[in-house]
Design a protein around this ligand. Structure first.
Ligand SMILES: [Zn+2]
Ligand SMILES: [Zn+2]
Length: 354
C-alpha cells in the first residue's frame, strides 16, 4: 500500500506540446475526479510504438498539449463515491479506452465503438505523469504477483493479441500462423498456447526473432527464403492453418495470412496500414469458406482473463526485454526516438516511485 502523505495539488508530467517536437516536462494540476472516476498514482507506464506515431504525427492528435501514455499501472490514490470495486492503496492496471458505459455499444460490451470513446494518452491525458484520472471502471485490480511494469505493458499488446485470438475463435488443437514476432506476436504465441492451440508457425524476416520463435518451440517461417504461404502449406502437408493473425500491417502479409488458411480457417487482421490487400475471391475465400476478421483494440471483459494468465505465469515477459527510464523528458524522448527503428523485443517502461 502506498498513499501520498500529503494531498498534492500539482504534479510532474511529460507532455506532447507540438507534433514532431521533443516532449517537455511540465508542472500541471493533479486532476480533480468526479463521482465515477479514480485517481491513480502511476507506478509504471509503457512507452509504446503508438506513442511514437502520435509524437511523429503519423497517427493524428487533434488536441494539444496532451500527456502521452496508455500502458499504465499504479496505486489507487482516490476514488469517487460511485466507485466501489477498488479503494485507495489498491494496485491496479488501466484499460486504455475511456468509454461512456451507457451507449448501445458499451452495453453490448464493444466499448471500442462507443460514440464518445477516448483513448487514454491520446484523446485525454495519459500516464507519462505522476497521477492520472480515469473512469473508475477502467481500473482493474492487479494481483501482487504481477509487477507494475508487466501490468502496464500487458494492457496494450497482450490485450490486443488475446482479442485477436478470441475474434478468430481459436479452439484447442487448432494450428495457427503468427505474422510478425514483435510484442504482439510474442504475446499471441503464449496466449495461443494457453488456449491449447496446436502447432504454431511464426512468420518473420528477422533472424533473431525467428530464432526466439524456434526456442519457444514454434516453427519459424523465414519470409526472406521464399513465399511464406508455400512454406506453411508445405509444413502442414498441404493443409494450411486453421487460424492466422497478421500483426505487421502490410497488404502483402495480410494477403498471405488469408492464403495460408485451411478450409474454414479464420484470418484475424490486426496490423494497421493504409495499403490495400488483394485476394482471389474464389480460390482464396469462397472455395474454402475462410473468414477475414478485423481486430480493433480489445475489450474490458477480456482483461480479467489476461490478468489471470499473467498471475499464473502462462503469460510472461523475459526480464531482459524491459528497460526502465525515469519520468524525465530527456530519457523519454530518447526512448521514443529509439522506437523509430526498433527491431528488437526491448520495451522501455517509465518507472515512478517504488
Ligand atoms: Zn501501446
Ligand atoms: Zn459508450
Amino acid at each position: 500500500m502506498r498513499l501520498s502523505r500529503k494531498r498534492r495539488t500539482t504534479m510532474r508530467a511529460v507532455r506532447l506540446n507540438q507534433i514532431a517536437k521533443p516532449l517537455e516536462e511540465a508542472e500541471v494540476p493533479v486532476p480533480n475526479i468526479g463521482p465515477s472516476d479514480a485517481l491513480i498514482r502511476v507506478a509504471a507506464c509503457g512507452i509504446c510504438h503508438s506513442d511514437e506515431h502520435y509524437h511523429a504525427g503519423i497517427s493524428r492528435i487533434d488536441r494539444l498539449p496532451v500527456t502521452l501514455g496508455h500502458e499504465i499501472a499504479g496505486w489507487i490514490e482516490k476514488v469517487g463515491d460511485e466507485v466501489k470495486h477498488v479503494a485507495p492503496g489498491d494496485r491496479v492496471c488501466v484499460h486504455y479506452l475511456a468509454h461512456c458505459g451507457t451507449c448501445e455499444f458499451c452495453i453490448r460490451g464493444f466499448e471500442q465503438f462507443c460514440g464518445t470513446v477516448e483513448m487514454i494518452g491520446k484523446h485525454r491525458d495519459g500516464g507519462y505523469a505522476e497521477f492520472i484520472k480515469v473512469p473508475g471502471r477502467n481500473a482493474f485490480p492487479l494481483p501482487d504477483e504481477i509487477p507494475f511494469e508487466i501490468g502496464a505493458i500487458m494492457m496494450c499488446s497482450s490485450a490486443t493479441a488475446l482479442h485477436a485470438l478470441n475474434k478468430a475463435r481459436l479452439k484447442p488443437g487448432e494450428t495457427i500462423a503468427i505474422f510478425g514476432f514483435g510484442g504482439l506476436g510474442f504475446s499471441a504465441l503464449q496466449l495461443a498456447r494457453t488456449l491449447q492451440c496446436g502447432q504454431v508457425y511464426v512468420v518473420d524476416i528477422n533472424p533473431a526473432k525467428l530464432a526466439s520463435a524456434k526456442m519457444l518451440e514454434a516453427i519459424p517461417i523465414d519470409a526472406t527464403k521464399g513465399n511464406p504461404v508455400e512454406q506453411i502449406v508445405e509444413e502442414t502437408n498441404g493443409k494450411g492453418v486453421n487460424v492466422s493473425v497478421e500483426l505487421i500491417g502490410l497488404g502483402t502479409t495480410m494477403q498471405q495470412a488469408v492464403q495460408c488458411l485451411a478450409p474454414l480457417g479464420r484470418a484475424a487482421l490486426v496490423g494497421l496500414t493504409s495499403e490495400s490487400m488483394s485476394i482471389f475471391p474464389y480460390t482464396d475465400l469462397i472455395n474454402k469458406e475462410v473468414e477475414i476478421i478485423g481486430v480493433s483494440d480489445h475489450l474490458s471483459t477480456e482483461i480479467p482473463t489476461l490478468i489471470e494468465f499473467a498471475r499464473s505465469g502462462k503469460l510472461h515477459f523475459p526480464p531482459d526485454a524491459l528497460r526502465f527510464v525515469a519520468l524525465d523528458a530527456e530519457q523519454i524522448n530518447a526512448s521514443l526516438n529509439a522506437l523509430q527503428n526498433s527491431i528488437d523485443h526491448i520495451r522501455s517502461v517509465i518507472k515512478i516511485g517504488s
